[in-house]
Design a protein. Structure first.
Length: 459
């Protein structure tokens, strides 16, 4: 980076807000990455105006900028090169307002998801986005990746929870679109430009978020089933029986469940090993006694219909949390080194065949491979975690071809909820046609003509 720009940044932000060299390169590149950050300059603004000042300076000198939230992204969307300036939102972590009547929160983009969840819970409200990385992932990152997570089936993805956004464009223009209403059709819905744009169209600085009443009942069961057809039938049965109360339907293929419930994993098996599929079912509502009775009745009728082979129903908060640990203890898959992680979506009727096809291809190429499959089945979202061959880039591309290849024919997506970043860039054409990609490029050119925001990501 040129020395004049560095001086200008120090003058604008104050010296403590501009980190250089070792202060930057000693930081980890990402939550699931073993390497260190490549950039040599990192700025930590405190306000939208400071973000705008940084971008004005960078725009004037053509300086590439990579925005960092909590660095929990899983597609190398926040990777930086030595030529990049990193703009970290870590000091923009204020929750500015919680309005219990209108059920909205206004927060800076660097607030972690968990901090917001905890703050709104004190007002007997809930922000229903939830994912395993909640302690580090930021609201700005959640918006930039359009995060999904555990409760999409009931509440939608981050896109459905954002009412307004303030973002700074590449040239430093502040677009304050801090709408507070659910309904506002006065022209284009500009916040959507930034949601899911992975830091390529603007830096999200503040958000208005839609809150919900906090549920006062939670019922959780871990169910075992003998076939995929029964798993799909159970989803339809239980959704209908709970009348809109179903909040999670987290499916686990046998190998995943057995790994999560075998030492040194945190959980013991709530139902015995040996079944083909398992699913964590969760329902939330307002009246604990009535909701629990309905939840149990739904499971009983599913059992009578022959869908369910075995089930464990949690009877206390501790047991409910313990059942969620079976699903969330995903670090077990890293026990013997970093595996390859995939996030795809496809229609439910195609899932069983798809997983079988990927597994067969892997077995021919690497007979010793491991493939753990789990996911948010109600959203058509599967995660495949694969250990095969040597953990290098060449093997990864070979595995990617096995995983992404069949999706074109099936009409699935190479990215259900993690985004594209650098990792899925070569496969974007499987899920988007030429005209869609060209329109994305047109939008990018119009908002960021000098291509300084997260250059080279997505396409
Ligand atoms: C254990 C674990 C579980 C996970 N579970 C889920 C899950 O269930 N569902 C899911 O969707 N994801 C999941 N993720 C992925 C990740 O948590 C999400 O993508 C999250 O939204 C990223 O937020 P972040 O603040 O860490 O963003 P970062 O990783 O810092 O950045 C991600 C992308 O957003 C951009 N960005 C970040 N902040 C801003 C901003 N303020 N303005 C503009 N661009 C910005 C970055 O440049 C980058 O392109 C999981 C990750 C882990 C490690």
């Amino acid at each position: 980076m040129n020395a004049a720009l560095l001086d200008d940044l120090r003058t604008t932000l104050g010296a403590g807000a501009v980190l250089v060299d070792d202060e930057v390169t000693s930081r980890a590149a990402g939550f699931m990455q073993t390497d260190k950050l490549q950039a040599t300059v990192l700025v930590r603004p405190r306000t939208t105006q400071q973000v705008a000042a940084v971008l004005r300076l960078c725009h004037a000198s053509g300086q590439p900028v990579v925005t960092h939230g909590g660095l929990t992204g899983l597609v190398h969307g926040a990777d930086a090169t030595p030529a990049d300036l990193v703009l970290s939102l870590e000091r923009m972590n204020a929750i500015e307002e919680i309005d219990p009547l209108q059920r909205i929160a206004v927060a800076q983009a660097g607030v972690t998801l968990q901090s917001l969840q905890e703050a709104v819970a004190e007002h007997d409200l809930s922000f229903p986005l939830d994912l395993g990385a909640r302690g580090s992932a930021t609201l700005g990152g959640n918006a930039a990746t359009n995060a999904g997570g555990n409760r999409v089936f009931r509440y939608g993805m981050m896109r459905e929870m954002v009412l307004g956004i303030e973002a700074v464009l590449a040239d430093g223009t502040v677009v304050s679109s801090l709408n507070r209403m659910i309904k506002n059709n006065a022209g284009y819905d500009l916040k959507q430009l930034f949601i899911g744009s992975e830091g390529t169209l603007g830096v999200v600085t503040r958000l208005v978020l839609r809150l919900r009443e906090k549920p006062h009942s939670q019922d959780v069961a871990l169910v075992a089933l003998e076939s995929f057809a029964k798993l799909a039938a159970l989803l339809k049965h239980i959704d209908r029986a709970l009348g809109g109360g179903l909040t999670a339907f987290e499916a686990m293929w046998r190998e995943f469940y057995e790994l999560m419930t075998t030492p040194p994993a945190l959980s013991k098996p709530p139902v015995p090993h040996g079944h083909a599929y398992y699913v964590l079912v969760e329902s939330m509502g307002a009246e604990a006694e009535r909701d629990s009775a309905r939840f149990r009745a739904a499971l009983e009728t599913a059992y009578d219909a022959g869908f369910v082979a075995d089930a464990a129903v949690a009877g206390s908060d501790r047991e409910r949390a313990a059942l969620w640990v079976v699903r969330d203890d995903v670090m077990q898959m890293n026990r013997d080194g970093m595996p390859f992680i995939f996030d795809v979506s496809l229609p439910i009727f195609a899932m069983e065949g798809y997983v079988g096809e990927v597994r067969s291809a892997l077995a021919v190429r690497w007979p010793e491979h491991r493939c753990w499959v789990f996911g948010h089945l109600g959203d058509g979202n599967l995660h495949l975690v694969i250990r095969a061959g040597t953990p290098d880039a060449e093997t990864r591309s070979e595995v990617e071809r096995f995983v992404y290849g069949p999706l074109a024919r099936i009409g699935g997506s190479v990215s259900a909820e993690h985004g594209v970043g650098l990792e899925k860039k070569p496969y974007l054409r499987i899920s988007r046609n030429a005209e869609e990609i060209e329109l994305m490029r047109t939008i990018k050119r119009s908002l960021d003509p000098r291509n300084i925001l997260n250059p080279g990501k997505i396409f």
